[in-house]
Design a protein around this ligand. Structure first.
Ligand code: 13P
Length: 251
């Protein structure tokens, strides 16, 4: 299992300090769950430093696929690795929509992440419109295909996929465990034999109250959290839910 907190554009040095102190103070070791936090770029050094002694990894929220050069405001994969990142999110729907990132650009980011030794967390998700029109599976298949065509299936043995239905992100409207499981099974099916070991996260209004029922689904391997990762109690509870489900031990 893997639980990743995407802080998006939230925090200040003081707020991050308080949040991470609170998480570390109540942290109990997890045997079967990897955990990562993806802060805004400018706070990577602070978060890496504060988490350096512990088991929580750090990731970037995006990257520019180019090596370096005249790309004002951008950050490269090498820079993220340099800062101590292990993961990087690519293709988050907020960036696809607000920064007009295309499937092809996301594929370039995926390749650049791996080239720089980072594990890409590839986000895919359908709009409410697509779901209502019965086109959710087509939408996801298309987003995945562009990256699979560019990187090859084998590349996914060092990558994570996150299913984040757009209608569930930040809306409080979580996909039901059945809806998420159905899509995760479909996603796994796109990877042939490699699909068996692919880590597929669910993201979209995951909370402490619904995490166990999502994690209990056989094709849900963890969560990509937005809002819940900004609250120490919720973040810890969700990581512990993942551990409970993974180990089969209820606390
Ligand atoms: P919420 O958990 O706030 O819905 O956000 C999910 C998300 O976008 C994580 O990347």
């Amino acid at each position: 299992m893997l639980v990743v907190g995407n802080w998006k554009m939230n925090g200040t040095a003081a707020v991050n300090n308080q949040l991470l102190q609170a998480i570390l103070a109540d942290w109990s070791p997890l045997r079967c769950v990897d955990v990562a936090i993806c802060p805004p770029f400018v706070y990577l050094p602070q978060v890496v430093e504060m988490l350096s002694e512990g088991p929580i990894n750090v990731g970037g929220q995006s990257l520019n696929p180019r090596v370096n050069g005249a790309f004002t405001g951008e950050v490269s994969g090498e820079m993220l690795l340099d800062c101590g990142c292990r993961y990087v999110i690519v293709g988050h729907n907020e960036r696809r929509r607000m920064q007009a990132e295309t499937d092809l650009y996301v594929a370039e980011q995926f390749l650049a992440a791996q080239k720089n030794g980072l594990i890409p967390i590839l986000c895919v998700g359908e709009s409410e419109q697509a779901r209502e029109a019965g086109q959710a599976f087509d939408a996801i298949a298309k987003q995945l295909k562009v990256v699979i065509d560019a990187a090859g299936l084998e590349a996914f043995s060092h990558a994570v996929v996150a299913y984040e239905p757009i209608w569930a992100v930040g809306t409080g409207k979580t996909a039901t465990p059945d809806q998420a499981q159905e899509m995760h099974t479909f996603i796994r099916g796109q990877f042939g034999a490699l699909g068996k070991n692919l880590v597929i996260l669910y993201g979209g209004s995951v909370k402490a109250s619904n995490a166990v029922s999502l994690f209990a689904e056989s094709d849900i391997d963890g969560a990509l959290l937005g809002g819940a990762s900004l609250n120490a109690e919720d973040f810890i509870a969700i990581c512990q839910s993942a551990e409970q489900v993974a180990t089969g031990v209820t606390q």
